[in-house]
Design a protein around this ligand. Structure first.
Ligand code: CP
Length: 328
């Protein structure tokens, strides 16, 4: 059968928790205490037709740390799609060269098109404003590990999703994954015009007894939350002439967190955060604040992506036996 990761809709709470347990097993490799060669001889094709640092490098690193190797084709310029080659032909050809593909592409649905043309495992590394399932899985893993440390449960948690909820594909995937838990309260805080798509809100409302509130005010939305998940305003996906001048009002910074939240709040962001003048989604004044989880979150990309490969390539039960101590 086909082994693909295209959408979080493929998961149940049980399979998400199995993946998180497998990520825990991978942690000694991610932390460079152990090594494994379980994917020795396997080759990953990393096909990124849109900018990426974390997803591209962490998928590549995760594959290499399990003993495999990586071929990169980054950007349309370096692929024959620049000469008009179709997704179908590209995918068929790549299937003969590599054992799994991770694909990022600016058009929603395009990664599913790659997947339909091949029998090798395909992972959606982000398809336009569609989904980013591996990011949502590592975000859920992060919330779960941070909550364990704080003695909190995911059931009943209060989560604020902040910023560009219309074009931010990571929040589209994450809210559906969180919706698999019980009795959550979601506060969706976005500038006017960048609200979470209605069909996703409806899907999550049907998943369980959740409270879903929407506001355009950080001051009103933040009090009482357990997690603040900030996002970058994705101006590159704006329609012609769409105004993006409101972004400064949505900056998550130390002052507003000190004013509205307690000492146990977790501040997350899928990254990259925009450091350019006038586009601050998450302030740097939290960089040394322990409530800022963004770098722990980015680090979790390695064990979670190792777990994804182990499942897709059918080696999940071999991993533990293949671990050895590091010799370097
Ligand atoms: N979070 C994330 O997808 O980052 P990159 O765009 O750098 O891959």
């Amino acid at each position: 059968g086909k082994h693909q990761l295209l959408s979080v809709d493929q998961f149940t709470r049980e399979t998400v928790e199995e993946l998180c347990s497998l990520a825990d097993i991978m942690q000694p490799i991610a932390r460079r205490q152990k090594v494994s060669r379980v994917l020795e001889g396997a080759v990953l094709g990393n096909l990124f037709f849109e900018a990426s640092t974390r997803t591209r490098v962490s998928f590549g690193s995760a594959f290499c740390r399990l003993g495999g190797s990586v071929c990169d084709t980054t950007g349309f310029t370096f692929s024959s799609m620049a000469k008009g080659e179709s997704i179908y032909d590209t995918s068929r050809v790549m299937s003969g060269y590599v054992d799994a593909m991770v694909i990022r592409h600016p058009e929603q649905g395009s990664v599913a098109e790659f997947a339909r043309a091949t029998n090798i495992p395909v992972v959606n590394g982000g398809d336009g404003a569609g989904e980013h399932p591996s990011q949502a899985l590592l975000d859920l893993y992060t919330i779960s590990t941070e909550f364990s440390r704080l003695g909190k449960l995911l059931d009943g948690a209060h989560i604020a999703l902040v910023g560009d909820l219309k074009y931010g594909r990571t929040v589209h995937s994450l809210i559906k994954l969180l919706g698999m838990y019980r009795g959550l309260k979601f506060t969706l805080i976005s500038p006017p015009g960048l609200e979470m798509p209605e069909h996703i809100v409806e899907q999550v409302a049907k998943q369980g007894k959740h409270v879903i509130e929407q506001t355009s005010s950080l001051e009103k939305g933040l009090p009482g939350v357990d997690v603040i998940y900030a996002t970058r305003v994705q101006k590159e996906r704006f329609e012609e002439g769409q105004d993006g001048s409101f972004t400064a009002d949505f900056q998550v910074n130390k002052a507003i967190i000190d004013r509205c939240c307690g000492p146990d709040v977790i501040v997350m962001h899928p990254l990259p955060r925009d450091s350019r003048e006038g586009a601050h989604d998450l302030s740097v004044d939290l960089n040394h604040d322990p409530r800022l989880a963004i770098f722990r979150q980015a680090d979790n990309g390695i064990p979670v992506r190792m777990a994804i490969f182990a499942v897709l390539l059918g080696v999940e039960t071999l991993v533990q036996h293949s671990m050895r101590d590091v010799t370097w």
